[in-house]
Ligand binder design. Structure first.
Ligand SMILES: Cc1cc2nc3c(=O)[nH]c(=O)nc-3n(C[C@H](O)[C@H](O)[C@H](O)COP(=O)(O)OP(=O)(O)OC[C@H]3O[C@@H](n4cnc5c(N)ncnc54)[C@H](O)[C@@H]3O)c2cc1C
Length: 378
């Protein structure tokens, strides 16, 4: 039987599941030092970073449950190094900083955040398949070396091996961080903003008005709220994923573009880019194509059962880079959005940047790359 929904929730403990629905009482007229709107990985990480930066009173509100958006459907890969082939340098820097901070969190939090260290192996019919740019810390494997790591490939492949990448169950990471937040209110939506001069003086929510010292919008895509003048173009790109039934095929970590070895002898595959598909439903033909792709590369996977299938949407800006900025024209409101395909990876570094900015009042130098006003003319 195939479950339609992400595997991540089923891997959680009862306590972790309960944390995703944490619903502390929000007193009408609350005045937190920092209000974070949005309980995906960016919002939870930002609230955590602000609490650790010494803001005593940090409140996070989320309209559904924590991780209900893109976060809960992500693959959860933390792989900055392969992105050197695809992403601009400032983004790779952010991604690298993200993985380092995930490792810090894993070490610092009792019980960690569920980080799993693993290798990344990219397959290509020939080494030229990786283009001229040769990233650092790569070990090039000939077809014989690849076959030793992955016996039974349909045809000989060259490989690019990168050690010490990682992954998380994104919902576990959210739950572990959220359990340590001062205040979390799920089931509470921000609906409006009241501005006086250059300051947000009140955020209207489904639980009443909140008057924060500072507010961070981490709503995946830019927030659409009454009273908030914000023009940042964005769209979203759907992706499908599946988890196989248990198999004796064992992969040496993340094997691109094949699959990732996860717990219980299962494989996680997919991460399609279904441009133009705006429907929220899983498309069986896309799942079939992912499964067929597995068997094409590794014939022993032919006919493997699908245990979980799901889809979700990546929030994206036109240049595929995130926004991490103060809301233009406002002194005490910040925004992070459009983390597209690396939001889980980027989250702790983005959060640290925002916490520093809010505490100091001046933008850190690296914020320049992520401005909300760079889309003028779109
Ligand atoms: C198929 C797929 C695979 C992916 N794989 C990876 C991967 O391997 N590694 C990686 O790093 N990234 C990956 N991503 C990308 C990653 O999922 C996103 O970049 C990231 O989850 C974005 O997080 P977020 O917190 O910004 O948004 P979200 O997770 O969408 O969170 C935003 C939250 O804000 C809430 N919200 C919105 N409006 C309001 C409001 N008015 N009031 C209160 N709450 C509100 C929403 O309910 C939502 O929970 C993948 C994405 C997809 C779709």
């Amino acid at each position: 039987m195939t479950v339609t929904g992400a595997i991540w929730r089923d891997q959680l403990t009862a306590d972790e599941r309960a944390t995703l629905g944490r619903a502390d009482n929000v007193a009408g007229g609350a005045r937190p030092d920092v209000l974070v709107v949005g309980g995906g990985i960016l919002g939870v990480s930002t609230a955590f970073a602000c609490a650790n930066a010494g803001f005593g009173d940090v409140l996070l509100i989320e309209t559904g449950r924590l991780g209900a958006g893109a976060t809960g459907g992500a693959t959860g890969l933390l792989i900055p190094e392969p992105h050197q082939w695809s992403d601009p340098e400032p983004l790779v820097d952010l991604e690298r900083a993200g993985l380092e901070r995930w490792r810090d969190l894993e070490a610092a939090l009792p019980g960690g955040v569920g980080l799993v260290e693993l290798d990344w192996l990219g397959l290509a019919p020939h080494a030229g398949g990786f283009a001229a740019h040769q990233p650092r810390d790569i070990q090039w494997l000939n077809p014989g070396q690849v076959a030793e790591l992955i016996p039974g490939l349909a045809r000989p492949m060259e490989g690019a091996l990168i050690h010490r990448q990682a992954r998380v169950n994104p919902l576990r990471a959210v739950a572990r961080l959220a359990a340590r937040l001062p205040a979390v209110a799920t089931g509470v939506a921000a609906t409006s903003v009241e501005v006086s001069g250059d300051r947000v003086v009140r955020v209207g929510t489904s639980a009443g008005g909140i008057s924060p010292g500072a507010v961070v919008f981490a709503t995946g895509s830019p927030p659409v709220l009454d009273g908030l003048q914000l023009r940042v173009p964005s769209d979203r790109v759907k992706g499908h994923l599946l988890v196989t039934e248990a198999t004796d095929v064992r992969l040496p970590g993340i094997v691109a573009p094949l699959a990732t070895q996860i717990e219980n002898r299962q494989l996680l595959a997919g991460g399609t880019f279904d441009i133009g598909d705006e429907t929220p439903a899983v498309q069986p033909d896309v799942i079939d194509a992912i499964a067929a792709g597995l068997a094409t590369v590794l014939p022993s996977l032919r006919g493997i059962g699908v245990a979980y299938q799901w889809c979700c949407f990546r929030p994206r800006h036109p240049d595929r880079r995130p926004v991490i900025d103060r809301v233009p024209g406002l002194a005490n409101a910040w925004l992070t959005s459009g983390h597209f395909r690396t939001g889980i990876l980027n989250a702790p570094a983005t959060a640290a940047l925002l916490a520093r900015w809010i505490a100091a009042g001046v933008p850190p130098a690296e914020a320049r790359s992520w401005s909300a006003t760079r889309f003028a003319g779109h």
